[in-house]
Structures are given as C-alpha cells and as structure tokens.
Ligand binder design. Sequence first.
Ligand SMILES: Cc1cc2nc3c(=O)[nH]c(=O)nc-3n(C[C@H](O)[C@H](O)[C@H](O)COP(=O)(O)O)c2cc1C
Length: 216
Amino acid sequence: MTQNYSLSATVINASPHQGATQQVSSKVAQLLAGKGFRVSVLDLYTLNIGECLGCFSVAPEKCTYPCVVSDDMDKVYKALIDSQAAVFVTPTYWVNVPGKLKNLVDRLTSLENNGFLLEGLIAAVIAINQVGGGWEAASWLAGVLNMMGALIPPYGIQVFYPRSLQNHLEKCLGEQAREYWGDRDLTTLADNITHLCSLKIREHNFGFRKKGDQTL
Ligand SMILES: Cc1cc2nc3c(=O)[nH]c(=O)nc-3n(C[C@H](O)[C@H](O)[C@H](O)COP(=O)(O)O)c2cc1C
C-alpha cells in the first residue's frame, strides 16, 4: 500500500499465555502491518504495571503526566500517544477484563487529566471468552476508551468464542474452517482502521485536547 502519511498502531495483548488472545493479537498486528502501519505489540504480562494510586480523587492537579508511579506504564503511555490506532485484545475474566488490563485503564487517567492525550485515537476492542461475559468486557472497555476521547471504528468491538465457534465452523465447513475463523471480521476491522487513519482523524480537534499537546 502506498502512502505518504506515517501510520503507527499499538496492539495490546492482555493474556498471560499463548492462546486465542495471543493468536488474535498476532493476526491483528500482521493485518495492520500489511496495511503499512508500524505496529508495536505490547504483551501486558511482560510489563510491570502497578495500580493507580487514586491521586485524581484527592485533587485533580495531583494526577500528573508523567504519572507519579514510575514503571512500564511509561512504555504504554508513549506507545498510545504516538499511535493513530490501538487494538486491545483481551481474555474475559469474570465478565470483565483481567486485573492487569484494568490497572492499565485506571492509569490512563493520567493522560485524560493532562491534556486529553487519547483524544482522536482510533481504538478497537476484541474480547475472547468461552461461555459468556466477553460482550460485557468489550463494551465496558470500549465505553471507557470512548469517554477518554477515543473513536471506536465500525466493527471495532468484537467478541470471539473460539472453541464453540471453531467446533461449529468445522462441522459446517470441515478443513476450510481452519482458514476462516475470525479472518473476515479482523480483516474488515483492519480495513476500517486504515480508512479512518487515512482521514488523519488523530489530528482533528474533538473537544478538549489543546493544539500542540501532541505532535502526531
Ligand atoms: C480468572 C478467569 C476468569 C474467567 N472468566 C470467564 C468468564 O467470565 N467468561 C468466560 O467465558 N470465560 C472466562 N474465563 C475463560 C477465558 O476467558 C477463556 O479461557 C479465554 O479463552 C482465555 O483466552 P486466552 O487463552 O487467550 O488467555 C476465565 C478464565 C480465567 C483464568
């Protein structure tokens, strides 16, 4: 794909092990790279991310950027500020995201409170579940990201049931199912992210971010 606009995307893999979440993260990264994005995949469980200390609740000015907790969130902040798009891929833990990802989201308050630095970020959420709760996890996360100014693209909220869907598809399609699982939805998402990024969405003023707060 030819383009004259430098595109960066962050894929956040919120699973502690190699499974469906990790597979979907890799697939999304591969699709976006194929579209010309410079992609960073952040494996959350390799990062040291402490809890939010709730400074904002004491007084908004106490919630600073950089955050008073100095740890690997610095890498996450930088990646998200420098990206036009982010895709969060997460397993479902008790009808929500794993605690590690919840910590990350709480710590994003620092970006919200110091110039709305996520405003205009194109953000998609994919939750993997076995029996249920993925929708709740995905819609919670997408809702919070949207409250922070992120833009959720069409087909930007996806819920996968890897085992039951795979069994069903294999019954219907046999061998072909191996190629099919999730591909169409993820390809469509990558197309939509690329299209929105080509509109330079991240540079628009959506409300609160002051011009010059970041340099995309
Ligand atoms: C602590 C914990 C809580 C879970 N809660 C749910 C749940 O609420 N709903 C569900 O369908 N699966 C639940 N699961 C299963 C995982 O979401 C499921 O295995 C998912 O496919 C994991 O993806 P991964 O193997 O890529 O990490 C839970 C698993 C763990 C370890």
